[in-house]
Design a protein around this ligand. Structure first.
Ligand SMILES: *[C@@H]1O[C@H](CO)[C@@H](O)[C@H](O)[C@H]1NC(C)=O
Length: 493
């Protein structure tokens, strides 16, 4: 399928051609010259979907046995039931909105601070929590003058105080885990950005929810591991969970104002990662360096491997389920190599809405801070999307032999409860082992499957926070101990 974009004068039609499928419709839409105008545009297109049903004919493998036994009745309420509307009476912030950032020296944190620095009339920083980068944290304190600061590594407290010796308005400093919690629930903060990785992000996020803060969500464990615990809590405290990653933000942007029950399908786009053009047979020879080459986004090692295996997308399917309440049968993955469409939704009347933009993490972060408002962005720092320069956008169905992660993720999602956290933690450990050259590329899938299989007997449907953290640790330990080549699973041989 290709979406061909011609130069402005030639634009008459926007077409989806599917050369490989004979039974698909050819949809032509009048396209009225509105392209090349906005940084992001929400186009309404009739997508001609591969009728082969790539999302439905999944082999039942791995963690599937618990399907339906544990789910339905226990499924937690989604963050957004397929629609996003502002309740009447909800306070719209005037003047700079006070923000806390947990994980301020990481990639999400630094991009958040760039946005705040660019929009001092819209946002201000009240509290920052960092891991161990004292130099950067000290710079951030000097620039943003937060009231409260936390450094996770307590041994660095002295060094931080030294670095702030000549700062006039010194912030309060609370080290360690308690500090992160206090930053997350700082009384002045309205929104908390959770840019910290791993289950370490759970406690501060829970503290922020209990204190009634909106969550700009960049920590995937919050929903993937913590969903069954976090979502009911967010509902109880009437807290909004605003997705800060590009795919879920795209879906979130597309469901704005959608009437109840109007969402039919979620379509997550995936770049296809480093091996999208590799034949399946060659995957057994993959080297670490091959997996670390990503075509579109420049990311950390772990995430780059996750996009090669497509585990990142599998985990996003689970997150989409928790965020938007879509059933797993109604969430699909489509490979879109250009990464310009960040995801789509289909409404009941078969209309498809997409959100487009350059691959840039700042836009979804900005929207979590500004929602429901839209902030003007200068084209000097925010290049505007030029569809004509792009020429064409292409799509293809993901191959579930090449990406066994999809079946594993859907199966874990359907099992629900602690299974999704186990899947994610096992994958993290497996990727670490692969990067350290302890296991092969294909072993990543086997390690994850074997760990999920092992967990089936112990699955907890409505886990406590302690149980979530316990099984996260258990999955990492177990994944490190399995011998993938000794325990070949029939589905993956
Ligand atoms: C701290 O952050 C800066 C800026 O991102 C980076 O250049 C530096 O390497 C980091 N230092 C440590 C110790 O991670």
């Amino acid at each position: 399928m290709a979406l061909n974009l011609l130069s402005p004068t030639e634009i008459k039609t926007l077409s989806f051609l599917d050369s490989s499928k004979s039974n698909s419709n050819l949809n032509l839409l009048k396209f009225q010259g509105i392209c090349c105008i906005y940084i992001y545009i929400c186009v309404c297109v009739c997508v001609c979907v591969c009728t082969s049903g790539f999302a439905f004919k999944r082999k039942e493998i791995g963690c599937t046995a618990s399907k339906r036994v544990h789910c339905s009745a226990q499924t937690p309420p989604p963050a957004w039931p397929g629609r996003a509307v502002i309740e009447p009476g909800r306070k719209i912030w005037d003047g700079p909105k006070p923000i806390s950032v947990v994980g301020s020296t990481g990639s999400i944190g630094t991009q958040t601070l760039d946005i705040v620095a660019e929009n001092p009339d819209k946002f201000r920083i009240v509290a920052l929590a960092a891991g161990s980068n004292i130099t950067l944290l000290a710079d951030q304190i000097k620039t943003f003058k937060p009231k409260l600061v936390s450094i996770r590594d307590e041994s660095l407290l002295g060094e931080l105080k030294e670095a702030l010796a000549d700062v006039e308005d010194k912030p309060e400093i609370i080290p360690g885990e308690q500090g992160m919690v206090e930053v997350a629930r700082h009384p002045d903060a309205v929104t908390v950005v959770t840019g910290i990785v791993g289950c370490a992000g759970l406690k501060p996020t829970v503290a922020a929810i209990e204190a009634g803060k909106d969550i700009a969500l960049a920590n995937k464990e919050t929903l993937i591991a913590g969903g069954p615990f976090v979502l009911p809590l967010a509902h109880k405290h009437n807290v909004k969970i605003l997705p800060a990653d590009s795919e879920h933000s795209a879906i979130f942007q597309c469901i704005q104002g959608l009437p109840e029950g109007a969402l039919r399908r979620v379509i997550l786009t995936a770049s296809g990662g480093s091996f999208r053009d590799w034949p399946v047979e060659k995957l057994k020879d993959v080297k670490v360096a091959d997996a670390l080459k990503h075509p579109n986004w420049n990311m950390g090692k772990k995430i780059t491997v996750d996009s090669a295996t497509l585990f990142n997308k599998g985990l996003e399917v689970i997150e989409a389920h928790y965020l938007f309440g879509a059933e797993y049968d109604d969430i699909e993955i489509v490979i879109h190599p250009q990464s310009i469409i960040h995801s789509m939704i289909e409404t009941q009347d078969s209309s498809v809405l997409a959100q487009l933009g350059w691959p840039d993490m700042r836009l979804p972060i900005l929207y979590t801070l500004s929602w429901p408002d839209r902030v003007y962005c200068s084209e000097i720092t925010w290049p505007r999307l030029d569809l004509c320069k792009l020429g064409s956008l292409t799509f293809k169905a993901p191959d579930n032999v090449k990406y066994p992660s999809m079946d594993l993720a859907y199966a874990a999602g359907r099992a629900g409860g602690t299974m999704t956290g186990v899947l994610s933690a096992a994958n993290e450990k497996a990727v670490e082992l692969f990067i350290d050259e302890k296991i092969s590329y294909l072993d990543i899938f086997k390690v994850v499957e074997l760990t999920c299989n092992k967990h089936r007997a112990e699955l907890v449907t409505s886990p406590s926070l302690e149980e979530i953290i316990h099984y996260d640790l258990w999955a990492r330990d177990y994944a490190a101990s399995v011998q993938p080549s000794a325990g070949l699973s029939p589905a993956l041989v």
